[in-house]
Design a protein around this ligand. Structure first.
Ligand code: SF4
Length: 238
């Protein structure tokens, strides 16, 4: 396994650690191979723009959490389209794999009502990262990583904790990152507009879709109440 020697003279945050890994990758005598888990084209846009200067990248599309199946296919097709369009400095391609949705539901059983960002999401991160680490080790990649930390709704510290544990388990280097730093999320929105990428309005699982729909309903009902209040006020003052 490749071991990146971090500068231990100061306390490094996750973004600084990533910068040291990228500098290490640039010093290697060949372009290193990275297996990059991606959840969707918009999140991968910024991450690929950063990493493709340093690595040959294969994107692993393993997202058994996404439902319904039509939505999973739509996001996957958009990922394939983006990869075909992006002018990467090095090799960039995609590896497809099984949907595994039953396994996702087994793993999150009993956590269906937890809010987004809680324990259910940590299990969801771990399922996707474990597949990535195991595949990267089996296929002889140098590093594995995920795009997930670009989202402000994802817990980067937890993602990196899981990634580091899997790195030890599968004996493969993990690319520590917090891609939302340095305006990463904003850049992903800009790139989504530039490449006209489909941006979904819920995270992926049926529970996040349910919660997103509830939020939209609440907003609509608040708006309707406000406009009724406006009408009443107009009648009173008119
Ligand atoms: S909200 Fe997102 S991260 Fe959390 S379990 Fe659902 S799909 Fe996974």
């Amino acid at each position: 396994m490749i071991v990146v020697p971090f500068d231990t003279r100061k306390q490094l945050n996750d973004h600084q650690k990533m910068e040291q890994i990228l500098a290490f990758a640039d010093e290697m005598d060949r372009v290193p191979h990275l297996l990059l888990h991606s959840c969707c084209a918009p999140c991968s846009s910024h991450v690929i723009s950063v990493l493709s200067k340093h690595f040959d990248i294969t994107v692993l599309y393993y997202n058994p959490n996404i439902e319904p199946y039509e939505e999973y296919l739509k996001r996957k097709e958009e990922e394939i389209r983006f990869i075909g369009l992006y002018p990467a400095a090095h090799k960039l391609d995609i590896m497809d794999c099984e949907y595994d949705n039953d396994r996702f539901h087994e793993l999150v059983k009993g956590m269906e009502d937890l809010p987004e960002g809680g324990e259910r999401c940590f299990v969801c991160y771990a399922q996707r990262l474990e597949k990535t680490a195991a595949t990267a080790a089996k296929e002889g990649y140098d590093f594995f990583a995920t795009t997930l930390s670009v989202s402000p709704y994802k817990n980067s510290a937890k993602l990196n904790e899981i990634g580091n544990a899997l790195s030890a388990k599968y004996d493969i280097a993990y690319l520590i990152a917090d891609f939302k730093k340095k305006n990463g999320y904003k850049h992903s929105i800009e790139m989504s507009a530039e490449y006209d990428l489909y941006r979904q309005d819920y995270c992926g699982c049926v529970y996040s879709k349910r919660d997103s729909n509830c939020y939209k309903c609440r907003q609509m009902s608040e708006k309707m109440q406000m406009s009724q209040t406006d009408i009443i006020c107009a009648n009173v003052t008119g």
